[in-house]
Structure formats: structure tokens, C-alpha cells
Design a protein around this ligand. Structure first.
Ligand code: DX5
Ligand code: ZN
Length: 216
């Protein structure tokens, strides 16, 4: 077992008609976080779920909810996501609002603060936020949909971010197209949290695939 690698199943690929059961099933596994993708049809070309759904699944597990907000504007919604039961709240660097305001708000609400960058965004743009975040999420697909192919062009960025955060207590999460092969490449490049949707949910035994991903 590799204790350094954390696994965050993305429920975007779960059976939404049975979401409570899916969360209970994940609760029985050794996964670390439950990754929840929130999309607004504006920042990304897809719509998913909001705080009410998060609140409704909160009672099914004590695992940390890793909430990935692909929405713009975001600030006015942050208190609702905090109240709904988010533990980590990640916002995107590319939004039109001032980032620092939202990062401070997440911290003020006693939640872990995350910042994410899309594939075309330079990691340099993260530098000024390093004192204010607990987690950096490097997207390895264009955000919007599960089941896309991992962009190998992002491996270099993962290594760059890994160097940038050296000596700091910041997690490095990757999201998009993670399977047993690309997961290994991402870990070798420096990631310590793997988000995985389709790879986990298309597998019959969630814990087996979660442990396989952790032990790459
Ligand atoms: C994509 C989402 C991902 C997605 C990953 O925009 O942020 O979390 O669910 O799905 P897979 O693992 O299938 O690429
Ligand atoms: Zn995500």
C-alpha cells in the first residue's frame, strides 16, 4: 500500500438514479475523498449538481467531500457549498472574479482551499496563491465531461507544479482520464491525489480498483 497516494472517486460517473447507494458503496471502500463536480453550463459546457444534492448525500458517509467548482461566478455560492457539507472547495484560476476574495472566503469558512487550472493555463499563474491554498488541481482533460482521454501534454505541468510547491503543505491533485496507466504517469510526475470517475465506476468492485490505483 502506498500511503502517499490518495484516491478521490468522481461521482460524475456514478449511477445518479441510485446516488445514495453509490455513496454508501464508496463509504465502504478505502477511498480518501469523494470528488464532486459542479458545473454551470457557462464556465464549462455541461450542467451537473448543486448544493442541495451535496446536502442530500452528506449523511451517507463521513469521507471528505472534495468539491470541484467549475462555475463562474463562484463567490456568492461558496457559503452554500460549505453549508451543504463540502470539506475541500476548489475553484478555477480562469474565472472572471477576483480569486483572492473567494480563496479567503473558503478559508474563513474553515474549509480546505483548492485552486484548479485548465490544460491551457500556465502553472506560473498559480505562484501568487501558494500561501493561500491547501490543494492544487491540475486538469488533465478539458473540464466538462467524464470519460475523456488523459492529455499527456499536462505531465510536464504536473512536474512544474510539484517543484513549485516543494517544502509546502499543498496537495497536488490530477483530474481527467486517470486509469492504471495514466495514473502511474501522473504519480511519477509528482501528483499525490488521483481523481478518477469512469475507471472506478465502470469497475464492478470499487475497492479493488481504488487499491490498484493507490498502489501504482
Ligand atoms: C471533468 C471532471 C472530472 C471527471 C473525471 O471535468 O472534473 O472530475 O469526472 O472523469 P474521468 O475520470 O472519467 O475522466
Ligand atoms: Zn473534477
Amino acid at each position: 500500500m502506498n500511503p502517499k497516494v490518495k484516491i478521490a472517486p468522481s461521482i460524475l460517473s456514478a449511477d445518479f438514479s441510485n446516488l445514495g447507494k453509490e455513496i454508501s458503496d464508496l463509504d465502504k471502500t478505502n477511498c480518501d475523498y469523494i470528488h464532486i463536480d459542479v458545473m454551470d453550463g457557462h464556465f464549462v459546457p455541461n450542467l451537473t449538481i448543486g448544493p442541495d444534492v451535496i446536502k442530500s448525500i452528506r449523511n451517507f458517509t463521513n469521507k471528505m467531500f472534495d468539491v470541484h467548482l467549475m462555475i463562474d461566478p463562484v463567490k456568492k455560492y461558496i457559503p452554500e457549498f460549505a453549508k451543504a457539507g463540502a470539506d475541500i472547495i476548489t475553484i478555477h484560476q480562469e474565472i472572471s472574479e477576483k480569486l483572492m476574495d473567494s480563496l479567503s472566503l473558503i478559508k474563513k469558512l474553515n474549509k480546505k482551499v483548492g485552486i484548479s487550472i485548465k490544460p491551457k493555463t500556465s502553472p506560473k499563474l498559480l505562484e501568487k496563491y501558494l500561501d493561500h491554498v491547501d490543494l492544487i488541481l491540475v486538469m488533465t482533460v478539458e473540464p466538462g465531461f467524464g470519460g475523456q482521454n488523459f492529455m499527456h501534454s499536462q505531465l510536464k505541468k504536473i512536474s512544474t507544479v510539484k517543484k513549485m510547491i516543494e517544502g509546502r503543505n499543498i496537495e497536488l491533485e490530477v483530474d481527467g482520464g486517470i486509469n492504471l496507466d495514466t495514473g502511474r504517469e501522473a504519480i511519477n510526475a509528482g501528483a499525490n491525489v488521483l481523481v478518477s470517475g469512469s475507471t472506478i465506476f465502470k469497475s464492478k468492485k470499487y475497492n479493488n480498483i481504488i487499491e490498484a490505483l493507490r498502489n501504482l
